[in-house]
Design a protein around this ligand. Structure first.
Ligand code: SF4
Ligand code: SF4
Length: 568
């Protein structure tokens, strides 16, 4: 943010255009037939419920939030995006059947997910994508992957900067390292993988190879600190695998391209627990403690309340339902946080808008619905945890940012826009910080850069002159057809890519209309045919065909054996 503020006007955010408050109506889906039906969101006994009636399948209700206060507070921070300048569908948009994106969609991509394969080295009963069950292999070619990445980079007004390789188990794809490298070449600045950690734990060189190929962060499936949980939900004990994966990430070698003398950095890990009510929700605090103890490598936690996509008897479904508010309450009970430390994803949109104006280019602006996700940041050293909101007047800061945006966009303040230096802006913002309660070493000089980076990029490198670790604690509650809210979907910021160039919101890809099935069937081959093609190859390893016969490999020796070439 050095130098003068640039003059170019950019717009990535507008005031929220959706309905707020309770009761209110929205559009949802019938969980039985998938028809779009009206739903009512209402307060009942301090909770927020969704109620809806399908003319053919009757009445359904679901818990949206276990605290009306937490739910309504999040709405105060809602902002909308400006949509896409170049959507795939330009006519007859109808949500949720014209995903691709369409003209109705309000947000650009904050994080793109790209499935590299539907093969996996586990057989989780709760999996979205599973080659064994599907009977076909979806494994895009390098040409298809490059085309998909290009469609993300071509998105306007904001080219996608964050990509996460997913699956199946993406590290089984023969193209995984190639894809990470290609993403870097194509200008993605956040390159991630969502993994169960088996390869990372068992292949001692894999973490270094990831770093060498520009991978930044491992999103590690992490359902708790009790092997009974893994046995039930993943089919095998996995705690040791998770710990070994983190250890290997910690010990990753510096890449050959790192400037000489630069410090070695571990491969960053984000823990990703799927939370199921009455099953592993008691693990929220232990997972937090585990993260605090491993902050040299673990950047944070992204808790995911389970999306109940399978057919489940009503009584069980209500018991398994876990909401954002449950999480906020549980984290508050941990003693480290207060409820007001948590903010919804779109709360940071004004900061991105301001940065866009200052830089003269539209920047990534996260305008998800306030019901989709919450997050907080804290600084940690020697197990002392200082949440950002304890020494920062976040509401005052947000208001001041919005005020500056208004001024910068007003022609009468043209002079201000051209004369306000970044240093002056920094000192104006510094008044929102209580340096007496800030972590030691936080100064006026670094505070704005620090906060801007946290909110817009989550980039730990920005903190190189500051010795406290940062801890991100957030969540994303993916939807299922019981709690489906099309107003949330239209604002979705997490998008899948398809080999035909479409970009599809997560919650319509995996639930509701379930575009996953359509995309995979269109671009996949039957398992037998796929194996025949592999046989034609000169050499093939068991890893390259793993996941086609339901095999599970978790121990290191078996994994190394599987890396060797075999005849199939
Ligand atoms: S979810 Fe978005 S892209 Fe899909 S149909 Fe609705 S508005 Fe269009
Ligand atoms: S993935 Fe689902 S929960 Fe997340 S932003 Fe998109 S619509 Fe909301």
């Amino acid at each position: 943010m050095a130098g003068r503020v640039k003059q170019t006007r950019t717009k990535t955010m507008i005031k929220f255009t959706g309905k707020t408050g309770l009761p209110r109506t929205t559009a949802s889906l019938c969980p039985e037939c998938g028809k779009v039906i009206k739903a009512v969101l209402k307060e009942k006994e301090g909770k927020v419920l969704m109620e809806k009636t399908c003319p053919d399948h009757g009445f359904f209700w679901d818990l949206i939030s276990s605290s009306v206060d937490i739910y309504l507070r999040m709405e105060d921070y809602a902002h909308d995006g400006v949509g896409l300048e170049n959507p795939y569908f330009t006519e007859s948009a109808r949500c949720p059947v014209t995903c691709g994106m369409c003209t109705l969609h309000k947000s650009h991509t904050s994080l793109a997910l790209m499935d590299l394969t539907n093969r996996c080295n586990l057989k989780c009963p709760v999996c979205f994508a599973n080659a064994n069950a599907a009977g076909y292999i979806y494994e895009p070619s390098t040409e298809q992957l490059q085309f998909m990445m290009q469609s993300l980079r071509d998105q306007k007004p904001v080219p996608t900067v964050a990509i996460q390789f997913s699956g199946g188990e993406p590290t089984l794809s023969p193209h995984f390292l190639w894809a990470a490298n290609k993403a870097h070449e194509m200008g993605f600045t956040q390159i991630q993988v969502a993994t169960n950690g088996i390869r990372l734990a068992n292949d001692p060189d894999f973490a270094s190879q990831c770093v060498e190929h520009h991978l930044h962060t491992v999103y590690l499936q992490f359902d708790g600190l009790d092997d009974e949980i893994y046995k039930r939900v993943r089919g095998v004990p996995m705690l040791d695998i998770k710990k070994r994966a983190i250890e290997n990430a910690r010990n990753a070698r510096s890449p050959s391209w790192a400037p000489e003398g630069s410090p070695r950095r571990p491969l960053s890990v984000m823990l990703v627990p799927t939370l199921v009510g009455g099953f592993n929700d008691h693990q929220v605090a232990p997972i937090l403690e585990f993260a605090i103890d491993n902050l040299d490598t673990v950047r944070g936690i992204n808790y995911q309340p389970v999306a109940l996509t399978a057919r489940i008897p009503d009584e069980d479904r209500h018991a398994m339902r876990y909401t954002q508010s449950d999480l906020v309450i549980e984290l508050t009970n941990s003693g480290y946080f207060e409820k007001t430390d948590f903010f919804p994803v779109p709360s940071v949109a004004p900061i991105s808008q301001l940065v866009s104006i200052i830089h003269g280019t539209p920047k990534l602006t996260m305008t998800a619905h306030p019901g989709c996700g919450v997050a907080t940041f804290a600084f940690v050293r020697d197990r002392k945890v200082v949440p950002l909101a304890r020494f920062m007047d976040i509401n005052g800061f947000f208001e001041s940012v919005e005020d500056l945006i208004e001024k910068f966009e007003d022609a009468r303040f043209q002079r201000l826009r051209t004369t306000m230096s970044a240093a002056k802006m920094r000192s104006q913002m510094a008044k929102f910080f209580d340096f007496d309660h800030a972590p030691e070493g936080m100064t006026e000089k670094n505070v704005l850069r620090l906060v801007t980076n946290l909110f817009t990029e989550g980039n730990k490198a920005a903190l190189s002159d500051f010795t406290w670790n940062t801890l991100y604690v957030g969540s994303m509650h993916f939807q299922d057809s019981y709690n489906y809210d099309i107003e949330r979907l239209k604002r979705c910021v997490i998008h899948y890519t398809s080999p035909d160039g479409r970009i599809i919101p997560f919650c319509s890809y995996n639930s509701g209309p379930i575009y996953r099935e359509e995309v995979e069937q269109k671009f996949s081959v039957p398992i037998a045919e796929w194996k025949e093609n592999k046989r034609a190859a000169k050499t093939v390893t068991r890893l390259e065909v793993m996941g086609t016969e339901g095999e599970v490999i978790t121990d290191a020796q078996a994994y190394i054996e599987a890396s060797k070439s075999v005849q199939i």
